[in-house]
Ligand binder design. Sequence first.
Ligand SMILES: [Zn+2]
Length: 149
Amino acid sequence: MTIPDDRDIQGIDWRSKLTPEQYRVLREGGTEPAWTGPLNSNKAQGDYVCAGCGAPLFRSDDKYDSGSGWPSFTAPMGGEAVDEHHDVSHGMTRTEVKCAKCEGHLGHVFPDGPGFKGLRYCINSASLDFTADEAGADRANSDSDGGGD
Ligand SMILES: [Zn+2]
């Protein structure tokens, strides 16, 4: 269990490290327009990491097609990858999801997802980088084509 060095994170020049869109989402809590993120339709096996600090956040196995236009997950990777905060901005009560390491804004979690927890982590593509699994590390390729709604 490693505690990130806050000084490292806080010393980062986010404006030069991130694209303007990433900065707007991660550091200013913005939301990208639906269907614009390159990772929304990504179905490759691998890890979704924080675009700000590189911390692993979500796993491709937990990604599903919610039809919302944003990458959606049923659960984050492990219990400490993300922080969840009560968010009452914009006249709505939502739960904001942040990177636990750099506190970058990722998206929101809604109670309308599939799976046994019934959660939908609705995450901005701009907040994420994708690291594909290495060739050969072929995990159980059970592509259950859920079909139908
Ligand atoms: Zn981060």
